[in-house]
Design a binder for this molecule. Structure first.
Ligand SMILES: O=P(O)(O)OC[C@H]1O[C@H](O[C@H]2O[C@H](CO)[C@@H](O)[C@H](O)[C@H]2O)[C@H](O)[C@@H](O)[C@@H]1O
Ligand SMILES: O=c1ccn([C@@H]2O[C@H](COP(=O)(O)OP(=O)(O)O)[C@@H](O)[C@H]2O)c(=O)[nH]1
Length: 913
């Protein structure tokens, strides 16, 4: 049993990586002690499918293993297998109707099927379409029963849905786009026109898959959705049951966001996929493109772990698929395969064999491959009767016009070349429009000297892996397209080519055919090691293990996330209090929500923040209330606050509290007269420079700070520019200046040192109490804002217990009459007593209300205030600090959006008469 490496005792993993490593060791351990389990099942199954690619209906064995619990060889009970629901468009078998209630099942061809057949560690069921329209109930029942024996569950799609969803949206739209081929040339307009109906069918089909999953789902199951056919499925599943563990894996490339951006349904598709807990791709590049599409198109945050939306993380990672290499290696020993090998060797004696195995799909670059072979023959006449190219082109998606066109194109080229270089007894290209059975395919791989994989784009390409697995004795050469996912794993051993460059491929063929044995061996060994260690079993186990772990991680994260504001409680306590203070931020708190989707947001509108129109009424009512004091405390400058709030009876604190006025009075400031602002010019210079060079960024020059905002700029470019700017500022203009830098999600602010909302609130409070002649202490505080890091000190200001390290803050006093009660301050929310210092009583503190930090009118006389008593009589439960749309914060509570702020203030206002 894996344990502590040094003392053998079990260890408790603390981090995600530790958990995953432990999990990996556990899997290795299980495999080591239960090897027969895996191999026996695998072999039975492989042979079942391999015989003549027809599944025997009576065989009580399917693509997946039957038992969940069973006896080990030594009689011990084996581990409980995780239940896994694999959901893919196609089942691993296609059904052929033989009578009203009888069906024959044939194995489907394709990389996804091959890979998932290797998945044996789970108690798995496969949910998908059987590739046939079954309109009648008798037929559906009989097929369901036949498939159940193979642990497959059908989704019945009618002809129209298949036409619109599978042939249309999936294969005519998503497939070419995801492979960078663009929309089909000839019927591009028609495709664009039929988009909406096809997309509707796509969503409908996905919902039909979801319905079947929901019917068969049991608590604790892992649901693994596959491929571009089912991008809507994660959302449908999570809407039905948010606790379901949902993973989604894409078998094709995920294109650059510039391509994905063309899809009219681009945002809906991304959002649906993001509903999954874990999203997987074959390569890091595809994962990177996906994250970038989410940041650029949806405006979400991309992190090294994945994509974050309102604190919810969807993990995104690369899980390169593999094959069940053992199955191929073992098959080579079978007598029927050996017979095939012998036959093939005799048939092609004296000639080198080159092989291509592809579905007849435009992404596979078959015409380009054949043209390169033609060029090779043209330039190397000595090879013409010494080499043969065997091209297996498996028919696929034959109802889609583009695929029909490709078939005739390939036939035409092959015919021309064979006519040109063929002899009476031999042709250079053997082209087969059909699939081969497993044994024939293995034999073919084994006798091949050079395999040619020239995909124009390919998610992974398993043919290249299978070829390598079957080459232990021959050690043939693999020519591999750099645009196949496999190039990232087999790149070192293969000869990598750009399939669009026909001359390069032609010369690579020459290089491969002439390659010395020792180089062939070295290259082969490298690839063989990879193929035999990165298997489909490993792939599936890693994905499922990470999916399980993602759920654990999400639970841990949820615990760190703030609880939602208990609105009813906040309202009730408001009504029960008699001197209440509402401190409200402005930007992203009281403003209208704007759509910040990169290029589409209303930048012009947002650059001048406006009060949410629905807040006007409630705010007016709250401000009129004698027992309520409203303060808007913002980083914005005075003009903006004047414009938005001039008409209300409230307090305005501009530039993070540096300026203050009651709307009935004039602006005052506590900005020290000798505040050193020498740094402003040089920072402004830098901000101007970056604004000029970062399209759609802008900056604001305030009296005590400068703010550079890149919210509407390209996210990645903006972030790079911000990094560059900060580096420059820290090493140059502000290296010795008395400034603070506040980094927002998409902004950089440089302020005079110590200017924070928390530092200002004390002085503001003093002025309010004094100015309003408050007789009773404040007994209710609601502090709501989208306050960034440094400004979060405002939330803690009102917390009754402060950590010892808290720096002294400027204090204030109540004016006369004195004799008010000493504040009753209850315990803070979650602070450990050991970290606390004694309760803070404002009445005992010396104020510098009139000192250097005191309020000065902007133009005329000074205010004077008398010594007084306690400003606050705040019971812990009468204090509500609330962060708006920032899940991690020092505030006690969270409000999701500005709309929630509207609801809250409306409710408070409704309590007033
Ligand atoms: O079912 P079809 O429409 O006939 O297509 C067959 C499969 O083609 C695609 O395969 C991809 O998956 C492979 C394994 O991950 C990968 O190696 C290859 O590069 C991909 O093209 C498709 O993604 C599957 O859904 C289809 O079943
Ligand atoms: O006659 C054939 C030709 C191919 N294949 C299988 O089809 C899969 C093709 O997968 P790949 O990843 O190369 O490409 P895909 O077709 O999925 O795009 C491989 O596992 C092949 O073994 C097959 O079973 N019979």
């Amino acid at each position: 049993m894996p344990g502590n490496k040094y003392n053998g005792t079990p260890v408790t993993p603390r981090t995600r990586l530790e958990r995953l490593l432990l999990n990996r060791e556990l899997r290795k351990f299980n495999r080591f002690f239960n090897p027969s389990d895996e191999l026996d099942d695998g072999l039975k199954e492989a042979e079942l499918f391999a015989n003549d690619s027809v599944l025997n209906k009576d065989e009580n064995c399917g693509p997946f293993n039957e038992e969940t619990f069973s006896e080990g060889v030594d009689g011990s009970e084996r581990l409980h297998k995780q239940r896994l629901l694999v959901v893919a468009n196609r089942l691993p078998v296609s059904a052929v109707r033989k009578g009203e209630d009888s069906w024959q099942l044939e194995m489907s061809v394709g990389g996804l099927v091959s890979a998932l057949l290797g998945v044996k560690e789970f108690d798995a069921r496969w949910i998908g379409w059987a590739g046939v329209n079954v309109p009648d109930e008798i037929g559906q029942k009989a097929l369901t029963t036949a498939l159940a024996e193979k642990r497959c569950i059908p989704v019945f799609l009618d002809e129209d849905i298949v036409h619109q969803y599978y042939n249309g949206y999936c294969n005519n739209m998503l497939w070419p786009l995801f492979h960078y081929l663009g929309l089909p040339q000839e019927d591009r307009l028609a495709t664009t026109r039929s988009f909406q109906s096809q997309f509707d069918a796509y969503k409908k089909a996905n919902q039909m898959f979801a319905d079947v999953v929901n019917k068969h789902y049991k608590e604790g199951d892992v649901v693994w959705c596959h491929d571009y056919h089912l991008m809507f499925l994660p959302k449908c599943l999570k809407e039905y049951n948010s606790k379901m563990k949902v993973g989604w894996f894409l078998h094709t490339p995920f294109p650059s966001s510039e391509i994905h951006r063309m899809l009219p349904s681009r945002s809906e598709l991304l959002r649906s996929v993001l509903a999954a807990d874990l999203v997987g791709f074959h390569t890091y590049d595809y994962a990177r493109h996906f994250v970038s599409a989410c940041t650029r198109i949806l405006g979400l945050e991309g992190t090294p772990e994945g994509v974050e939306d309102q604190g919810k993380l969807t993990r995104v990672a690369a899980f390169p698929i593999g094959i069940d290499s053992e199955r191929f290696i073992r098959a080579l020993e079978l007598p029927q395969v050996q017979d095939h090998i012998k036959e093939l060797k005799e048939r092609f004696a004296g000639r080198k064999v080159m092989l291509g195995v592809d579905r007849l799909d435009m992404i596979k670059g078959i015409p380009q491959k054949i043209l390169a072979f033609e060029e090779f023959l043209e330039e190397n006449p000595e090879w013409r009767d010494k080499v043969v190219l065997l091209q297996i082109a498996v028919p696929t998606r034959t109802d889609v016009p583009e695929y029909q066109k490709l078939t005739s194109q390939v036939h035409e080229i092959v015919g021309r070349i064979n006519g040109r270089f063929g002899t009476l007894t031999a042709v250079p290209i053997h082209h087969l429009d059909r699939s081969l059975d497993f044994h024939a395919l293995c034999a073919l791989y084994a006798v091949t000297d050079v395999a040619l994989v020239t995909s124009l784009r390919d998610g992974m390409n398993l043919v290249s892996y299978e070829f390598v697995a079957c080459q232990a004795s021959k050690k043939g050469v693999l020519i591999l397209s750099e645009f196949a996912g496999a190039a990232q794993s087999l790149g070192a051993g293969a000869i990598l080519v750009n399939p669009w460059n026909i001359s390069e491929v032609a010369s690579s063929i020459g290089y491969a055919l002439n390659m010395p044995a020792d180089e062939r061996e070295k290259r082969h060994n490298h690839n063989f090691r990879h193929v035999t260690t990165h298997t489909s079993q490993e792939w599936a186990a890693t994905f499922v293990s990470e999916l399980n772990d993602t759920i654990v991680e999400a639970q841990l994260r949820t615990r760190q996330v703030l609880p939602l504001l208990p609105v009813n409680d906040a309202v009730e306590r408001y009504t029960q209090s008699s001197n209440r203070l509402l401190i409200l931020g402005f930007n992203a708190t009281l403003t209208e929500p704007v759509h910040t989707l990169g290029r589409r947001g209303s930048q012009i509108r947002e650059m001048e923040p406006r009060l949410h129109p629905q807040l006007k009424e409630p705010l007016k009512k709250l401000c009129k209330d004698q027992m309520t004091t409203v303060v808007v405390l913002s980083g914005s400058d005075r003009t903006i606050l004047d414009e938005n709030f001039g008409e209300y009876n409230m307090w305005l604190a501009a530039e993070n509290g540096m300026f203050l006025r009651r709307t009935t009075g004039k602006w005052m400031t506590t900005m020290p007269e000798n505040l050193n602002m020498d740094w402003v010019d040089s920072v402004k210079h830098v901000f101007e420079y970056f604004t000029e060079r970062t399209p759609r960024s802008h900056f604001e020059l305030r009296e005590t700070s400068l703010l550079w905002n890149y919210k509407y700029a390209d996210v990645e470019f903006g972030r790079l520019q911000a990094r560059d700017m900060l580096q420059h500022l820290w090493t140059g203009p502000i290296s010795n200046a008395a400034v603070d830098v506040v980094q927002g999600r998409r902004s950089v602010e440089v302020r005079a040192v110590g200017v924070t909302k928390g530092a200002a609130i004390d002085r503001i409070l003093g002025e309010i109490v004094h100015n309003q002649g408050m007789k009773a202490p404040i007994d209710y505080v609601l502090c709501v804002g989208h306050f960034l890091v440094k400004d979060e000190d405002i939330y803690t200001f009102f917390e009754p217990e402060l950590p010892i390290e808290t720096p002294p803050i400027v204090r204030c006093r109540l004016p006369e009459p004195v004799g008010l009660p000493v504040p009753k301050i209850p315990c803070g929310r979650s602070r450990s007593k050991t970290h606390l210092k004694k309760q803070r009583s404002l009445s005992t503190l010396e104020g510098n209300y009139l000192g250097s930090g005191g309020w000065r009118p902007m133009v005329d006389d000074r205010i004077s205030v008398h010594e007084g008593s306690s400003v606050l009589d705040l019971k812990g439960e009468n204090y509500f600090s609330c962060a708006v749309s920032r899940k991690r914060s020092n505030a006690r509570y969270l409000l999701g959006t500005t709309d929630d702020v509207v609801t809250l203030l409306k409710q408070l206002a409704d309590c007033l008469h």
